[in-house]
Design a binder for this molecule. Structure first.
Ligand code: ATP
Ligand code: MG
Length: 248
């Protein structure tokens, strides 16, 4: 593998006496699409929180583009190119998709609120918001107020906002959770169309979605790595089949 852009090594963390991640090691090459699966409570979201800097692990290290960020703030990690999709309540629900994208663009360029009015008038900002929407298939809803979007499109907009920071690595925690089949298909298409240079780490319960998008998959079980491999190896693994894939 070329030098990993994200490396988590020997990550161990407990909440009280419950060991939630147990010596987890993960390395992603630039541009890799890496899936993370495991049953409820396996420690997937905790691992994301450790990679993003919201939790400092008891043991182990996190490196981004070769820089040891184990104790770095989430903000420093963002500046090194790490993003995760915003939670839904981070959307400006009374503003349009275009305005949400323009604000994300302003944040990415660290424009202060004092200069915001002038910034918002800039043609380039609107053009960049528009280009971003077109690239992500959101052009039809550019002038729709965010709270009037369907749930699925709101979640797509969250990802669009995270992408405005022009990250190198994007963490997605269950991007299709709670979606209808149509919304899931739209989200799948959006993820599939992301730039090939973007590195993705995706938690996903929907195996078909995951098998479709991932180059490699890590299976977590009670905080431990059970298996790491290509989708085919995961699909063919007896232990994974019997425990997670039912009759597939
Ligand atoms: N802040 C916390 N304090 C105490 N326990 C926590 C905390 N966060 C998570 N846990 C516990 O750690 C375990 C792992 O949780 P985590 O959210 O990482 O699992 P997950 O694999 O993302 O599960 P799911 O598929 O349900 O999202 C669970 O037992 C959870 O209850
Ligand atoms: Mg979770």
């Amino acid at each position: 593998m070329s030098a990993p852009i994200l490396r988590a090594e020997g990550i161990t963390h407990a909440f009280g006496s419950l060991v939630v991640t147990d010596a987890v090691t993960l390395a992603l090459a630039p541009g890799e699409r890496h899936g993370l699966i495991g049953p409820n409570g396996a420690g997937k979201t905790t691992l994301f929180n450790i990679i993003a800097g919201e939790i400092v692990p008891e043991a182990g290290s996190v490196h981004l583009a070769g820089v040891n960020v184990t104790r770095a703030t989430p903000d420093r990690r963002a500046r090194l190119g790490l993003a995760r999709s915003f939670q839904r309540n981070n959307l400006f629900t009374d503003l349009t998709v275009r305005e949400n994208l323009a604000i994300a663009c302003a944040i990415a360029h660290r424009v202060s609120h004092v200069a915001w009015k002038a910034f918002a008038r800039h043609r380039e900002v609107h053009e960049s918001a528009e280009a971003r929407a077109v690239a992500l298939g959101l052009e039809d809803v550019l002038d729709t107020v965010a709270r009037h979007l369907s749930y699925g499109t709101q979640r797509q907009l969250e990802i669009a906002l995270a992408l405005a920071l022009e990250p190198k690595i994007l963490l997605l925690d269950e991007p299709t959770a709670g979606m209808s089949p149509e919304e899931t298909a739209a989200m799948q298409a959006m993820i599939a169309a992301l730039p090939a240079t973007l590195t993705l780490l995706v938690i996903e319960h929907d195996m078909e979605v995951l098998f479709g998008l991932a180059d490699r998959i890590t299976v977590l079980d009670y905080g431990k790595v059970l298996l790491q491999g290509e989708p085919r190896e995961v699909r063919d693994s007896d232990v994974v089949r019997s425990r997670y894939l039912g009759t597939q």
